[in-house]
Each structure stands twice: as C-alpha cells, then as structure tokens.
Design a binder for this molecule. Structure first.
Ligand code: GLC
Length: 789
C-alpha cells in the first residue's frame, strides 16, 4: 500500500509531537586532567582534547562522564599539544597555534575559531542538547556563505546545503533518488567551504545519525539516536588540509595492487566455469584489456559462502590459474549470511565456536538472505574476525587475491531491511546493541577480510571491494555505489556521489558502469564507460535478467567506443597510479570536485557534472542521451583540449562538441602527464613512457611520477621509483629537468618520449642542461624528443 496514494492518506499523519530537547545548561566548573579539559554543566559533561594543533575533539555526554576510549573509526591517539587556557567570569578561552575555543559559560556554548579569528563552528542560540529518549543533538550556526560536502555516499548534487541526510547503512535496491537519504555507507563527516576557506566536522557516533542542513535558515544540526555528541573539528584552512586532517584520524587507503585499477568485468552472474572462460576468451580475442572477472552468488553451492557449486564450477583451481596466466584475476563475492545448515562446515564452526550474532538471552539471530535462513558472524569480536579471515584460505589457496564483500549493511530480506536492532553484539566483552553498532558491521567485516587476505596473499597486496562501511572504510576496501540502474539520471548522479565519497576519505570508488538494474542501451554504456575510464574504480556490472552489457553487447559501433575508453584507461594508468600513490599518502582523492582546486571560484561550488583527476585534468562527461555537445566550465587559466590540442582561455563557460566517441577532456597549462599505452592488462610491462608537457607562460611546472612493482608491499621497504620532472618555459627557451628523488625500483621503462604541447614556434630546448633537437609539428603545435633511460 505504501506504493500507492494511500501513503498520503490524511489519517496517516503522525499525531505525536517530537520529544523536546533539553539544553546542557550553565557551566558549573572545569578541571584539567593531563591534556584533557573536563567541564561540568548543569545537565551533563563536556570533554575537550586536542589531537593535534589543527584538530580538536569535543565530547558531550548528558548522563555520565564522557567516554573517551578509542572508536571504530579513529586510529590515532591525541598528540601532546601545548595550549593556553584563560578563564574570565563568563568565558573559557582555550587556544593553540591553529585553533581557539571560545566557550561561553551561561549557558554553555562552544565556538571554535581559527587562529586568524574566523569563526569555524559557532553556537549562539542553541548548543548541545538531549531528550528523554537519550537522543543527542547539537546545533550550529549556518552562515549565508556555507557550502557543505562529504557525508559519504549520498544521492543528489554536490553541495549538500539544503539537504537532510541520515546515516544508517541500508540495502536500497530501489530507488536511488534524491529522496533516499540513507544508502549503504555511513560516513558522518562533512567539510564546510566558506569564503574560500574550509573546515571539517567528523561526528563519531555509530548510532543512526541525521545531519540537517535544510530545516532552518541559519542553523544546522547533527543528531544521534543514542550515545554521545562526540565530534572533531578540523581546522583546514584549505579543502586539501581538511582531507589530510580527516584521514590522519581515520586512516588512508593502502596503495592498491595495480590490477585493481584496471578494467573489471562483472555480472550477476557468470554462472558457469565455461561462461567465465568464454568471457575471458572474448576479451582476449577482441583485444579489449581486462584485469578482473567477478563471480557473483551463482558460483556457490546453494549460496553457501566458502564453497563452489561442483557442477557449475568443477575445477575452480584450474580456472583461476588459467585466467591468471592471461593476467586476469578472479574476484568472488562473499556475503556475511551463513546458511543455517547443520551439515555445512562454516555454520557448524560458527555455532560450536560461538561466532554468530545473538540476542541477550543467547539465542542466535537468524535472517533471510540469498541462502535462506542464515546466521551472521559477530564481527565486533576480534576472535570472530580472525575465524572469518581464516575461512578465506578456501579462496586464497586457489590463487584468489581479491574479494568482493556485499550485503554487509547487513542486508536482511525483511521490512526493516536489516538485523533486529535488539541483537546484542559481543564487542570483545563490552556488549552493545545492534542499534548502536549497525553502522560498523560492514567496516568490521572489511577489516577481517582485508587483514586475512594480507596474511594469505604471499606478500601480494590484497584487493577488497565493499558495499557497506563507516568512517575509515578506506583503510580496507574500495567502495562501489551499490545497485544503481541503467538510467541516464544515475549516470549523472554517480559524478557528485563519487566526488563526495572522495571528500569523505574514500579515494577508491566508482559506480556499476552501465548500471546494475534495468536494461542498458548501447549509447548509455558508451557514455558510462567514458566516465568509468576516469572514476577511481572501474567495473562494468549488471543484474540478473537485464540485457547483457559486456563491451561488445551492442554491436560494432558501440563496441569500438567502449573499447577505445577501456584502452584509454590503460593509457592513463601511469598517471592514475601516481595519483593513487599520493592519495595513499595524503588522503587527497584521485577524483576531485573543482572546488578542491578552486575554492574561491563560486562557479565550482555546486558543479556536479565535471570533475578533476588530480589537480589539472578536467573530465566533462556527456550525461544525457542523443546529446553531442555540452557546456563545460573552465576555471581561470588556459586549458588544452586533450584531443585537438587547441588551447582555450578559462574563467568561462564553453560549448563543447562531443560525438559519441568523444569524452571531453581538458588539460590545464603547465601540466605534466605520464601516459603509457593500451596494454592487454596490467600484467604487461611498458618499455616506453610518454611524458606530456602543456606549455604555460608562467612559472615552473612540477610533476612527480611514482612507480613500483604494482603487486607487493616491497615499496614499503623502499622498492619504488619517484622521478621528478621540472619544466620551465621562458621567452624562446624550454628547460626540462628530470631527477630521481628515489630510485629503489628498476622500472621496465627504457625510453621516455617527451611530447610538448602548445608550441607556436620553434624553441630552444635544454634537457638536464644539454641542448636537445626537437621535431616541431607547426600545425599541431607539438614537438617531441626521446630520452633513453
Ligand atoms: C546485491 C549487490 C549486487 C549483486 C547482487 C547479487 O544486489 O549489490 O551487486 O550482484 O546483490 O549478489
């Protein structure tokens, strides 16, 4: 009935008023306990502690002394930070070199300022509150110029001002539309941009939380169904600083194996060994690069995880070995639900060794998922994570190096879509309800899986793909955006969704290319593959009973376009890999909204249909059917069309033509790019690397190219190469210097071919101090020369 007009029957209107919130009240006193500042109020307690000069944690608990023990998300301890504290009759002022907390006493209001006097987070009328249902809330002043980003995986546009968003990991098969405010991931974190400066707030509460940037004009709030108001203010001041600060708390993506950055092919499901072999053969014969093929739930025996169906997959070991020989990895799906079957080893062990989620009285919680009635591992216990991890030897001993975790919200086929919130998790001897820990179930499953793979992969880097997660999920896996549909609207929505995931610390992310549910068309697949070639994670996946959407499924014309862009992904891999390396070091995402580089340019604040790869490469995908042009915003500076080399002056909107086989790409002047070629997959090594330099009239361009073996952890012991390129254009002279900043790895490259773009006349060229002859193509405005290494 909820799907008909009955849903808006006047008799359905809620009669109950919300329970009112009580204010924390007046300040009563404070004490300093080491680096902790403890404040007592009329109605509760507030603790304040700096994690570093630019990060302060504020914890309010109305019922007891705040709980400060470490969280599921935060992996760093507070550093020693020196600060000063001044008390007056009505204020406490606590300051260090980057932040100043101006705390008004009557009633208690906490205002966080930057050292240069900007109010980052202000409380005027209302501050911290709670109600008798033990829900907690926090109100903040919203400035006219505030724009909000992050919040993990959300529908709608880039800027979340005017949105109300819920954090409650949810399996939403349909619909993904602007009304759906809770999807699979919960990342209760956002970044505010105001007048060109940024700061962040991370609300570390695993209960259901709601961020309301919509209901009031000059106030926003964040609320939780339980627990405490426990939040970190990150000082910025640039968007990138905020990302570095947030990921210094919650961790960064480990450098992924190169194969996981290639093109991946999936479907629900490739149902037999023969079908998988045929699929691989098709890729090879058609010369379309591919690095991984996924096995969805049909590979299993009755959907029992850690099993293969013997009829459909009689010899998985051989299959995996043969595909690996061709450079293709096999990635099987692993869901948390363990089939209730007394003759099934995983179920038996889980029961005997006490690994499943239970109610307080000890009865096991069962829920219906793919295998039917199932029990769910209690990942909040370290020994259960260890047990679950060890079960993965089933896969790793077959040569599998990557796992796909799905349904880990956890999804259950019932009205609530998940586990009973009354289930009591063991949590290593500190039991907590599912109501409190629901949002971390997927994160902890990811932790168990990632660590197990790392142990079992013979020194190779593991790859994990996960659907559900909480803040910090980037430490374990890539995130795909779940069950989208083959709708043009979903193609468009993927762009801001992935950008906001990137701002939320998840650098490795992407949607199902082509769309999961519903039927793709050739044109949609072509345009979606163009986008996918530049999203950090690149997998084509489609659902049961939908039309096939492998690259060749729609005939030759579309097939050629799809192939061209998969090949382009491989050409760009050396550049992308360098960006992944940087993201793993700094947390700054590979795929970025323009505001990250142009925080003072208001045209970028809600620009949802363009993005940057790194700092200087602009991707402007076509997101509508039968459309062969679009408007592209070029920020200040000169921009080169990647395909034609034509240079355009920025700070303007431009109409760009884009035939079906064209993805508009613009490269900013001064950029240095490293490009490879269209290899069959990442198992193939490159002898030649292209270095592209885009002429700029000003300053020196700088680029650091990163390379390592792409597979192992040896880079952690110094086995990597970091080559720096510096380029300077002046009058009629080009100076290029190349230097190895670190040379712990011998790359396969034997030649570097330099391509200079934007030359209108012959110029003198000096490479590492020596004069070099170059060929100038006056018509194209390009010149090139080679260097052997
Ligand atoms: C879920 C996943 C989807 C998968 C399907 C079957 O819907 O989101 O990707 O194909 O389950 O396992």
């Amino acid at each position: 009935m909820q799907d008909t007009s009955f849903a808006i029957h006047p008799g359905n209107k809620k009669q109950l008023k919300d329970t009112p919130y009580q204010d924390i009240g007046d300040f009563r006193g404070f004490k300093q306990n080491g680096s902790l500042i403890q404040i007592q109020c009329e109605q509760g307690y507030v603790n304040i502690i700096f994690y570093q000069d630019s990060i302060v944690r504020i914890v309010m608990n109305p019922f007891q002394s705040p709980i400060m023990e470490s969280s599921f998300a935060v992996i760093t301890e507070p550093r020693e930070v020196s600060y000063t504290l001044k008390e007056t009759h009505d204020q406490l002022i606590i300051s260090n070199s980057e932040l100043e907390l101006v705390i008004q006493k009557f009633p208690l209001r906490i205002n966080v300022h930057s050292a240069d006097g900007r109010v980052l987070v202000g409380e005027s009328e209302r501050g911290l509150g709670f109600n008798e249902k033990k829900e907690v809330i926090c109100y903040k002043d919203m400035h006219e110029k505030d724009h909000f980003y992050g919040f993990g995986e959300k529908t709608s546009f880039l800027d979340k001002r005017g949105e109300k968003m819920t954090m409650w990991n949810s399996d939403v098969y349909a619909p993904h539309n602007p009304e759906i405010d809770a999807l699979y991931e919960s990342i209760p974190y956002f970044m505010t941009l105001r007048n060109g400066k940024a700061h962040g707030i991370f609300f570390d509460n695993t209960y259901k939380t709601v961020f309301d940037m919509k209901s009031e004009q000059d106030t926003y709030s964040f609320w939780a169904e339980g627990g405490q108001i426990d939040y970190f203010v990150l000082a910025g001041p640039s968007p990138k600083d905020v990302l570095e600060q947030y990921t210094s708390l919650t961790g960064r993506m480990p450098l992924p194996p190169k194969w996981s950055l290639g093109y991946h092919q999936s479907r629900y499901s490739y149902e037999t060994e023969q079908e998988v072999r045929e699929l691989a053969r098709n890729f090879i014969e058609k010369g379309i690069p591919v690095d991984a093929i996924y096995l969805d739930i049909h590979y299993m025996d009755g959907y029992r995880v850690f099993s293969f169906d013997k009829e459909r997959f009689p010899n998985p070991k051989q299959l995996i070995a043969d595909l690996k020989n061709a450079g293709i990895q096999v990635v099987p799906i692993v869901d948390p639900g363990v089939k209730e079957d007394p003759e099934y080893h995983a179920y038996q062990q889980g029961i005997y060794e006490n690994h499943f989620c239970k109610y307080m009285d000890g009865t096991i919680y069962y829920g219906d998922v793919w295998p039917g009635n199932s029990a769910f591992p209690d990942f909040t216990n370290a020994d259960t994570r260890e047990w679950w991890g060890e079960l993965h030897r089933f896969y790793t001993e077959l040569g599998i190096e990557g796992i796909w975790n799905d349904m880990n919200e956890p999804a259950v086929f019932n009205e609530t879509k998940t586990m009973d919130v009354k289930v009591m998790h063991g949590n290593n001897g500190n039991p907590k309800t599912h109501k409190e820990l629901h949002n971390v179930y997927g994160l902890l499953m990811g932790e168990a899986t990632y660590h197990a793979l790392k142990k079992q992969n013979n020194g190779n880097r593991p790859f994990l793909l996960t659907r559900a997660g909480y803040a910090g999920v980037q430490r374990y896996g890539a995130v795909w955006t779940g069950d989208n549909r083959s709708f043009w609207e979903h193609l468009a929505m993927a762009v801001p969704m992935c950008m906001n995931l990137g701002i939320s610390g998840v650098a490795f992310t992407g949607p199902d290319v082509g769309g999961f549910a519903h039927d793709a068309t050739g044109e949609l697949l072509a345009r979606w593959t163009q986008l996918g070639a530049f999203t950090p994670y690149f997998r084509n996946h489609s659902g049961l009973d939908t039309v096939r959407q492998e690259p060749w499924a729609f005939g030759e014309e579309i097939g050629n376009v799809v192939k061209k862009y998969i090949q382009l992904r491989y050409k760009w891999l050396p550049y992308l890999y360098t960006l992944f390396y940087k993201a793993s070091k700094t947390g700054i995402p590979v795929m970025r909204p323009l505001l990250m580089e142009y925080p003072n340019d208001e045209n970028t604040f809600n620009l949802s249909d363009q993005f940057l790869i790194g700092e200087n490469v602009m991707i402007a995908p076509i997101l509508k059917p039968t459309t062969y042009h679009r408007v592209v915003y070029l920020p200040a500076g000169n921009w080169y069309d990647y395909w034609t080399n034509k240079c355009y002056e920025g700070n303007t909107y431009m109409m760009v033509e884009a035939s079906l086989d064209t993805l508009p790409i613009f490269i900013k002047e001064g950029t240095i790019l490293s490009l490879g070629k269209d290899i069959k997959n990442t198992s193939e090594t490159l002898e030649e690397m292209e270095i592209h330099l885009y002429k700029s009239d000003e300053g020196t361009s700088l680029f650091q190219l990163y390379e390592d073996d792409g597979r192992t952890f040896e880079y952690e012991n110094g086995a990597y190469l970091l080559k720096e390129f510096r380029c300077h254009f002046q009058n009629k002279m080009i100076t290029i210097n190349m230097e190895d900043l670190h040379s712990g790895y011998l790359s396969s490259w034997r030649r570097l071919v330099f391509h200079l773009h934007g030359l209108t006349e012959k110029m003198e060229l000096k490479f590492n101090g020596e004069t070099v002859e170059m060929d100038l193509d006056e018509q194209k405005g390009t010149a090139s020369f080679q260097v052997s290494i």
